[in-house]
Design a protein around this ligand. Structure first.
Ligand code: NAP
Ligand code: F7E
Length: 333
């Protein structure tokens, strides 16, 4: 039986990965940080299958202890401060978790279990103001937020430990991936959750930011399979994981309302733009400057060719079925 340790197991990806590895017959450990209220909603159905260890990315000894206890064949480093707007409000903390946290994990691995395999959760946010379209493993980076910059540090320190100490360390450059378990502050879940509340008559409308931003959105359940595949290869390497399609936030809104049987049309321009329910004439969506970012990433679209040819990975869930799945789950909630 193989053993895996997941940091960030209580997060969106951690929960899907734990489920997937457990189904593959792995013994799964996860690190969790202490909080005054339990935060295991996403893994509540897995509590008999995973073993949790208290540790924090800020605490080197706790990470070393987690590795000594679990003796993992594979380490998936998913823990991070992952919300981009928070990274402007808390740039130093974001650096501590999302950048230096990676070095702490790699140091712990080097000292405790150098023969383990390591996966680092890198991000398409590292491409930021994109230098090529579509983005590949060779595209130069130009991050646009403290989060993107912290991820870039995590990416390079992973490569550096691989080259310096011959560790089996891989970095997955994952483009946005979503699910019904996505945090409510991210745009996709914010939209599907609030559309479901409008449909149920709980609210009349909600506010949104930049409708023109374009993202390459996939399904988290597909993407965790790529993480696992990277650690099954003969040699460690870095891979872009994406769908190869891009869509505007505006399109996501239109499809989400449609999935709840509401036809949306737009009126006004820029900050005065509103989304209107065609049938009732009610204003259901307002653009609000508050959700604009100090520096935006306008366009992301990844080329998943390397992951497809070398890992044999491809996503199953389409953009349309992702939106429908998320709205359906929120309506059922
Ligand atoms: P998420 O839902 O925000 O989960 C983040 C996880 O990190 C949570 O389990 C959180 O624990 C944990 N964590 C945060 N700070 C920690 C600390 N100091 N010590 C220990 N654990 C800590 O993120 P996600 O969407 O699953 O993403 C997983 C990883 O992939 C992240 O590194 C993210 O930056 C990266 N990524 C995500 C995407 C995407 O589209 N989802 C794309 C590219 C890369 P609590 O529950 O205690 O807060
Ligand atoms: O924003 C625009 C916003 O917060 C997407 C993280 O998982 O993926 C995620 O980062 C876009 C941006 O995700 C609102 O301006 C408009 O252009 O859902 P998001 P993100 O910033 O792309 C990457 C790959 C990661 O690595 C990150 O960890 O949507 N947008 N209106 C809005 N965004 C939010 N949050 N809220 C709005 O109201």
């Amino acid at each position: 039986m193989k053993t895996a340790l997941i940091t960030g197991i209580t997060g969106q990806d951690g929960s899907y990965l734990a489920e997937y590895l457990s189904k593959q017959g792995y013994k799964v450990y996860g690190i969790v940080r202490r909080s005054s209220t339990l935060n295991f909603e996403r893994i509540s159905h897995l509590m008999d299958e995973v073993e949790l260890i208290n540790a924090d990315l800020l605490d080197q000894n706790s990470l070393m202890n987690a590795l000594s206890v679990s003796k993992p064949d594979e380490i998936y480093n998913l823990a991070a401060q992952s919300f981009v707007p928070t990274s402007w409000g808390q740039p130093v903390l974001t650096g501590e978790f999302t950048a230096l946290g990676v070095t702490r994990m790699l140091e712990a691995m080097k000292l405790v279990c150098p023969d383990s395999k390591f996966y680092q959760a890198s991000s398409s946010e590292m491409f930021g103001k994109v230098q090529a379209v579509p983005q590949t493993e060779e595209t130069p980076f130009y991050p646009r937020s403290p989060y993107g910059i912290a991820k870039l540090y995590g990416h390079w320190i992973t490569i550096n430990y691989r080259e310096s100490y011959d560790l089996f360390a891989c970095s997955g450059i994952l483009f946005n991936h979503e699910s019904p378990r996505r945090g409510l502050e991210f745009v996709t879940r914010k939209i599907t959750y609030n559309v479901s509340r409008i449909k149920k008559g709980e609210i009349d409308s909600f506010d949104i930011g930049n409708l023109e931003a374009k993202r390459d959105w996939g399904f988290a359940g597909d993407y965790v399979k790529a993480m696992h595949l990277m650690l099954q290869q003969e040699n460690p390497d870095d891979y872009v994981v994406s769908t190869g399609e891009t869509h505007k936030v505006r399109e996501f809104c239109e499809l989400a309302f449609k999935a709840a049987d509401i036809d949306l049309h737009w009126d006004g321009k820029g900050l005065d733009e509103v989304g209107i329910d065609k049938k009732t004439g009610k204003k259901v969506l307002y653009v609000n400057e508050k959700f604009y970012r100090p520096a935006e990433v306008d366009l992301l679209i990844g080329d998943p060719k390397k992951a497809s040819t070398k890992l044999g990975w491809k996503p199953d869930c389409t953009f349309e079925s992702l939106v429908e799945m998320m709205v359906k789950k929120d309506l059922e909630r």
